[in-house]
Design a protein. Structure first.
Lengths: 357, 433
């Protein structure tokens, strides 16, 4: 008996795998002109995997305190063999994961994959995107350089604007009245313990629901063709993964992560401080809203409208009533296009203003 | 009490209050200011200046505190009566003693500023100015020549003529007067030379108040020419290490025996330029060859020391170019830059140790500088090598990934061909909308 047959027999004898194998062998993926959008979820999954692997390697050297964080990252970048590569891959894969998740979300929206019975898959997906942004926000501070320090200062200041819970949230995030050693410890705790637990649980749920319900077919597609998930679609996914790995490596080698200057809490805030690109649209919204509008503080309006937008995004499966009845309405499509145009436009505007101060 | 009597009381009380207030608001009579203010522009000046900016006036002193007399009398004959202690305007020769009545009295000065020295007059008597005044020369500097007369400001006031950045100009007001200096047999080019010097540039153009001015070397109240040997002591106030090295060097005894000043022989006095490496060695601009002839031990030492400095410089220049190239390639060169900074520090120390005038004292520091520069160069070369290694490694990895992609594409094509030969697979349960 061959080794693989003996292994299969070993597991079959101990676990009831017949149902699972049967399910996998019959699972199919619809084949149509929009099938390309199905790969973005898989790409995001790979990028999260890369993040976990590279993050675990970074943990070997990273020391989370205001005194040692910057030095440990510098040591990793300059002394550790391939340390620069691991950190650069971690930095690039983080950005690509959020980008990929955003594209996945947009494609799911426009293909109306959130319609019943997949509402909760959508909700878990949106929450996963929020979690990834949380990873970005907390991870940005960890190298403890000037840009990260002041971006976190500004970011946590905005959190403090929210009425009633804002000041408490701010104090909880900062671990005191200002960004300091305790903030770094808390962000590290969130980044490597709290958020990963949430991410893995939610991701497991998201994947489980997809496996149970299969891939959604857009309303406009009447094509009945499909391909087996294993090995046909899995091999296509693998192909995309190899391409994504090549892209990450290329970006990491040609544009490695930089170190910057060690954060100095007593230094004045540098000119043109900006958050990561995925927060730029919120940052620009904050800048565009006047200091006071209708007697309400501008910052509060920006925070409230961003929170409302996040709430609306979560509730899309229930807000799009025509889709629930199996119809497509132009207003939902227009709302999606407008929202995307706003996010891309304000991000572009923020980039332009930083390049032309 | 009737209304009329009560009104009388109120009126009387009101008058008393009004008179008390009026007398409190009125300053004590000072007939000096009253009369001098009413005079022509020329004679009004002292009174106006005194009130506006004089440090004595600000501390509550009056004209009579210096000039004597009775300021309470409005009759000029009484107010300026010599029998009442009126001193009038002192002559140039009388001025130092006139000021010293208070400024040499520690008990009196303590009331105003306990930190203010009271030895200015004693020092003045030892100065060239004081000595010549004592010899009856009336065209020399006295207190008022530098401090002004009725508008005397604190030396901390930037408008004061004795504020550090103003001192060279104050001295130059007399020392550039060709006719006056000719009478005393002094040159007039010191201020021009000083303003071109490294010290003058720092003080006058960059406003660096730590830079030395005339009084830093010559003294202020005791102003005099520093003696030939004493010049070194003056320079040593700031250049302590250099002076220590010089004092332990063979030059010390040689200069003393020849009666030569120390630093001044090579660096000059008022026109001290920023020293260059060309001043060292046996080249055309070298100061060493002024005393040391070819073939002498000093000549050989000068040559060796210059060569040591040049070796460090060359090593640093080479390392800098390599580190810059690595930096331009986007590599992290922080460690190389640290080594370069160390090498620069050692180069500065090497230059300072030239003043030991011994190649054996300078050599170890120069070698240390070269070692740091070599380390920087090695870091730079390693960074450039690493850059190429990364690029080559990436393309090899991408080639492997490309092969993997090609393999996967072929596998998928074969699978789909074999699937196409089979009947179509129905969608998996549960059916998705």
């Amino acid at each position: 008996m061959r080794l693989q047959d003996r292994l299969a027999a070993f597991f079959r004898a101990r676990y009831q795998l017949g149902g699972l194998i049967e399910f996998t062998s019959h699972k199919t993926v619809p084949l149509h002109r929009h099938t390309i959008w199905y790969y973005w979820g898989g790409a995001t999954l790979l990028l999260i995997g890369v993040q976990i692997a590279s993050g675990l390697l970074l943990l070997l050297y990273y020391r989370p305190s205001a005194e040692t964080a910057f030095e440990s990252v510098r040591f990793l970048m300059t002394r550790v063999e391939f340390g620069w590569l691991v950190r650069s891959v971690h930095a690039w894969a983080a950005n690509l994961a959020i980008f990929s998740a955003m594209v996945h979300l947009a494609s799911t929206f426009f293909l109306k994959a959130y319609r019943p019975p997949r509402e909760l898959t959508w909700v878990s997906g949106v929450c996963l995107l929020f979690l990834l942004m949380g990873f970005g926000f907390t991870g940005y501070l960890l190298p403890w350089n000037t840009l990260a320090f002041f971006a976190t200062k500004v970011g946590t200041e905005i959190a403090g604007v929210v009425p009633y819970v804002g000041p408490l949230t701010q104090t909880l995030l900062r671990g005191g009245s200002d960004v300091g050693d305790l903030t770094l410890t808390r962000f590290f705790w969130l980044h490597i313990a709290v958020l990963p637990v949430g991410l893995l649980a939610l991701m497991g749920l998201h994947l489980f629901m997809i496996q149970l319900q299969g891939m959604s077919k857009p309303l406009s597609v009447k094509d009945e063709r499909s391909i087996p998930f294993f090995p046909n679609f899995f091999l296509r996914d693998l192909l995309v993964w190899v391409i994504v790995l090549g892209v990450i490596l290329g970006l990491a080698v040609y544009w490695p992560a930089t170190l910057g200057d060690k954060a100095d809490p007593f230094a004045p805030t540098p000119v043109g401080i900006q958050p990561e690109w995925y927060f730029l649209w919120m940052f620009q919204t904050l800048k565009l809203i006047p200091g006071h509008l209708f007697g309400i503080e501008g910052e509060l309006i920006a925070v409230a409208s961003t929170t409302a937008a996040a709430g609306l995004l979560v509730l899309v499966p229930w807000l799009d009533q025509p889709a629930r009845r199996g119809r497509s309405h132009w207003m939902v499509w227009a709302a999606g296009v407008l929202a995307m145009a706003y996010v891309i436009g304000t991000t572009g505007y923020a980039v332009w203003t930083s390049a032309h101060p | 009490m009737t209304c009329r009597r009560r009104f009388g009381w109120y009126l009387g009380f009101g008058c008393v209050v009004w008179m008390t207030a009026a007398s409190a608001a009125e300053p004590p009579p000072n007939s000096c200011l009253e009369c001098h203010h009413a005079m022509e522009e020329q004679t009004r000046g002292p009174a106006t200046l005194f009130l506006e900016s004089d440090v004595h006036g600000q501390r509550g002193l009056s004209c009579a505190d210096c000039h004597g007399g009775d300021p309470t009398s409005s009759d000029p004959m009484v107010a300026m009566d010599p029998s009442q202690g009126f001193l009038g305007k002192p002559t140039i020769a009388e001025t130092p003693q006139f000021c010293a009545r208070c400024h040499a009295d520690p008990a009196y000065m303590r009331k105003y500023n306990p930190n203010l020295p009271t030895d200015q007059y004693a020092k003045y008597l030892t100065s060239q100015h004081g000595k010549r005044l004592g010899q009856g020369e009336a065209d020399v500097a006295v207190c008022t020549s530098c401090h002004g007369v009725h508008g005397i400001r604190s030396k901390k006031d930037p408008l004061s003529p004795v504020f550090p950045t103003n001192i060279p100009g104050t001295c130059a007001s007399c020392h550039t007067d060709a006719e006056l200096m000719d009478r005393h047999g002094l040159p007039v080019n010191q201020h021009w030379e000083y303003s071109q010097s490294v010290h003058g540039q720092a003080l006058l153009f960059r406003g660096d108040r730590a830079a030395p001015h005339c009084a830093s070397c010559h003294g202020s109240h005791e102003a005099a020419r520093p003696g030939a040997i004493a010049v070194g002591n003056v320079c040593a106030q700031c250049h302590a290490l250099t002076r220590d090295l010089f004092a332990a060097s063979p030059h010390k005894a040689a200069h003393e025996s020849l009666g030569l000043p120390e630093c001044e022989v090579c660096h000059g006095n008022h026109l001290i330029r920023k020293p260059t490496d060309e001043m060292l060695g046996v080249g055309p601009d070298a100061v060493c060859i002024g005393c040391h002839e070819p073939g002498s031990a000093g000549y050989a030492s000068a040559q060796q020391m210059r060569e040591a400095v040049e070796r460090v410089k060359a090593q640093i220049a080479g390392a800098e170019a390599t580190v810059k190239q690595a930096g331009r390639l986007g590599m992290d060169v922080s460690e190389a830059e640290f080594e370069l900074r160390e090498a620069e520090t050692k180069l500065t120390q090497t230059r300072a140790y030239v003043h030991a005038f011994s190649p054996s004292a300078l050599q170890p520091i120069a070698e240390e500088g070269q070692r740091h520069a070599r380390a920087a160069e090695e870091h730079g070369v390693a960074a450039i090598h690493e850059f190429h290694f990364r690029r080559e490694g990436l393309w090899i990895t991408l080639a492997v990934l490309g092969l993997l992609i090609a393999g996967l594409l072929l596998w998928i094509r074969d699978l789909e061909r074999s699937d196409a030969a089979r009947p179509p697979t129905p969608p998996s349960p549960p059916a998705s909308p």
